[in-house]
Structure formats: structure tokens, C-alpha cells
Design a protein around this ligand. Structure first.
Ligand code: SF4
Length: 307
């Protein structure tokens, strides 16, 4: 490892991140490539706009509320306070990304229902944890670490945003991630664990400590999933990440981004362009390596993470 950094603050909303940042692998984009190389290409290289669903945007609002909840003094972290933060979080989001307001154009009753459903998710959170008893070290923590693969391959920069980081007095680390989507857990669970192991590798390389626990909080079905990684597993996982990066770089050179049909196609905006569904993707535009058009292969926004 030769680079590691951490930075607090909200993840950028869609479209708000600089394109000049050093390319890195993020959990969302690594999962995309693993799931379907063509999906990755159309999203990252072609940068074809996608329509965020109401569920994704609601997830972004709920994540923002939970971050702000932990900025309040501990005794004030009660359900009513979380409910009161929903509307301001939505207003801030549409100020940063005005196009999102169009989701409810002409349908104020639907907006009211949608905001109520965000409050309902937050009410579920309080059944799983009592935030008055927690003292997170950080929320929305941006982390980076560089890993050096075996065999002299290029170093790989890993980058991600951790929803919440709890550190015990003993130094033990717990990584916490909130899941707000309504998709069946079995569909997203492998992806969620991949994401958590990704963060575990970055923190291990940044701080020299293997996180004690990875905690996934499923707000929709009000359940917790916990997992304890070990060092051997993280070493193996690091190799997996390096192999994914190498595969992305190979595909970038050759343009060979194959479709991979799966249950996740149900959630893919690119079906009309996908050969698996009778479509034709646009010609491969190549992989610009410099300038404003250069894709960041790990670009990740708050909307990406609000699943
Ligand atoms: S529809 Fe399925 S196979 Fe086609 S690009 Fe999307 S995820 Fe890949």
C-alpha cells in the first residue's frame, strides 16, 4: 500500500463529482462490472443517462437524514427529530439536482406519500438501533487506499463512502451500511457483502486493523445482518479486486464489454440497447485517457449508494 486517505462529508449527488480525479475502483462500479461488463460500459464509458427511481432517491434522502441525525446531540436523536429532517433533506437534494423534482411534477399527493414512506423507513431504523447510545467516529466517510497486486501489476486505487464508522474504546472497528431499497434481500445481499468487504479492505489498509464487524441495516424489512471478516479473507478479496480492475482495463483497451444476463436485468435501464433483449449498443467510443471526457472508472454518487 502506498496511498491512504479519509475525508468526512456527504457523497456527491449525481453529476457533481469532478472528472479530473485520479481513476479509482469503487464498490458500485466494481459490482457493476462483475454483474455485467456491458452495463458497466454503458454507464461509465458511454455515460448514457439513467433515470433514478423514486426508491433510489428516497434512499438518498434517508441516508442524508441519518447522517444529520448523528450531528445532533445524542439525547435529541429521537424518531420525531429524524422525521423532521426528511423535508429539509429533500429540499437540499433538489437544490443540488433540480431535475429530480420532476419525479413528482403535478402530483403533490404522491410527493406527500413518498415523503411519508421515507419517514416510515426512518421509524424502522429506531427499532434496530438507539442512536442516543451511539457515538460514531464518522458518517459519510470518504476513504481511499491503494493496493499493490502480486506479480508487478499496476497499483489499484480503491475509493468508497462508508455510511457510518463506529470505533470502540478498545479500537475495534464496525462498518455500518444502511439499505433502503425494496428489492428482495437475496437479490442485493451478495452485492451488499461485496461492498462491505471492499470497505473492510480499505480500512484495513488505511488503519492497519481488520474491522471487527460489518453491519448491514435493512430499513425496509427492519433487519440487521452482521458479518465478521478475517485477514485471510481480506487478502483473498484484495486479489479479487485487483483482478476486477485488470479485467476492466483489458476491456477498456479491447472494447469487449459483454452482456451478462441475470435477474438484475430487471433493474437495468439499458435493456433497449442490450443484445440480450434484441437491442444494439452504440459503437464503442473508446476509453479516453485524459481530458474532461475521460471516464472515472470508479465514479460513485450518493444515488449509487442509496440502494
Ligand atoms: S439488460 Fe442485463 S445483460 Fe443487458 S446490459 Fe443490462 S444488465 Fe447487462
Amino acid at each position: 500500500m502506498s496511498v491512504a486517505s479519509e475525508q468526512h462529508g456527504e457523497a456527491p449527488v449525481a453529476g457533481a463529482e469532478s472528472t479530473t480525479r485520479r481513476p479509482a475502483l469503487s464498490p458500485s462500479r466494481a459490482s457493476d462490472f462483475k454483474q455485467c461488463p456491458l452495463l458497466y460500459r454503458l454507464r461509465v464509458v458511454d455515460q448514457i443517462p439513467e433515470t433514478p427511481s423514486r426508491v433510489m432517491v428516497r434512499g438518498t434522502v434517508v441516508h442524508a437524514v441519518l447522517e444529520r441525525l448523528f450531528q445532533l446531540p445524542a439525547p435529541q436523536r429521537v424518531p420525531a427529530a429524524a422525521a423532521a429532517l426528511v423535508e429539509p433533506a429533500w429540499q437540499d437534494l433538489i437544490e443540488a439536482e433540480p431535475a429530480l423534482a420532476a419525479m413528482f411534477d403535478g402530483d403533490p399527493a404522491e410527493l406527500t406519500r413518498w415523503l411519508a414512506s421515507a419517514r416510515e423507513l426512518l421509524a424502522g431504523y429506531f427499532e434496530l438501533e438507539d442512536p442516543r447510545l451511539l457515538a460514531p467516529q464518522a458518517c459519510e466517510l470518504r476513504v481511499e487506499a491503494q493496493i499493490v497486486p502480486d506479480g508487478g501489476d499496476e497499483p489499484v486505487l480503491l475509493r468508497g463512502y462508508i455510511d457510518r464508522l463506529d470505533v470502540a474504546r478498545t479500537g475495534e472497528i464496525r462498518i455500518v451500511d444502511y439499505k433502503t431499497g425494496a428489492a428482495p434481500r437475496e437479490v442485493g445481499e451478495a452485492r451488499a457483502l461485496f461492498q462491505m468487504k471492499f470497505y473492510a479492505v480499505v480500512l484495513w489498509r488505511t488503519r492497519g486493523v481488520v474491522p471487527r464487524q460489518l453491519r448491514l441495516i435493512y430499513l425496509f424489512d427492519r433487519q440487521l445482518l452482521t458479518y465478521a471478516p478475517d485477514e485471510t479473507e481480506l487478502i483473498r478479496f484484495e486479489r479479487t479486486l485487483a483482478a476486477i480492475w485488470a479485467a476492466i482495463m483489458r476491456a477498456a483497451r479491447t472494447g469487449d464489454f459483454r452482456p451478462n444476463r441475470s435477474r438484475m436485468c430487471d433493474y437495468c435501464d439499458f435493456r433497449p440497447l442490450c443484445p440480450e433483449f434484441g437491442g444494439t449498443p452504440p459503437p464503442y467510443p473508446g476509453w479516453p485517457t485524459s481530458g474532461a471526457a475521460a471516464p472515472d472508472p470508479g465514479r460513485e454518487t450518493a444515488l449509487d449508494r442509496a440502494d
